[in-house]
Design a binder for this molecule. Structure first.
Ligand SMILES: [Zn+2]
Length: 109
């Protein structure tokens, strides 16, 4: 893996780019990452994919809860659907914040 020291773009390959496709800087500005840096980026990518998978599942839960709370059969059902909706919204926000945190810290590109 090579990382552009100007814009932070990470390139997977044997050789760095001639010019960075993102910022246009020359090959000399690409730095070869060591194993620990590569592992961090790979683990961040995997974790972000897991977060996105969770986010999609939470969307399904959200739809179910919205349908259930709209029907509002009785107070017990309504309570379950609504409490779960609150949790789902909160976790979705946390997931998005976590992913954007990884991107901003340069763990992931
Ligand atoms: Zn660049």
């Amino acid at each position: 893996m090579y990382k552009c020291s100007v814009c932070g773009l990470v390139h997977w390959g044997e050789e760095p780019f001639e010019k960075c496709p993102k910022c246009g800087t020359n090959r000399e500005n690409f730095k070869k990452l060591d194993e620990a840096e590569e592992a961090l980026i790979q683990n961040s990518r995997i974790t972000n994919e897991l977060h996105m998978g969770l986010f999609e599942k939470l969307r399904e839960v959200e739809e179910i809860c919205e349908a259930g709370s709209e029907i509002n059969l009785d107070p017990g059902c309504y309570k379950i659907f609504n409490e779960l909706l609150d949790i789902v919204y909160e976790k979705q926000q946390e997931i998005l914040a976590e992913i954007s945190g990884h991107v901003n810290k340069g763990k992931w590109n």
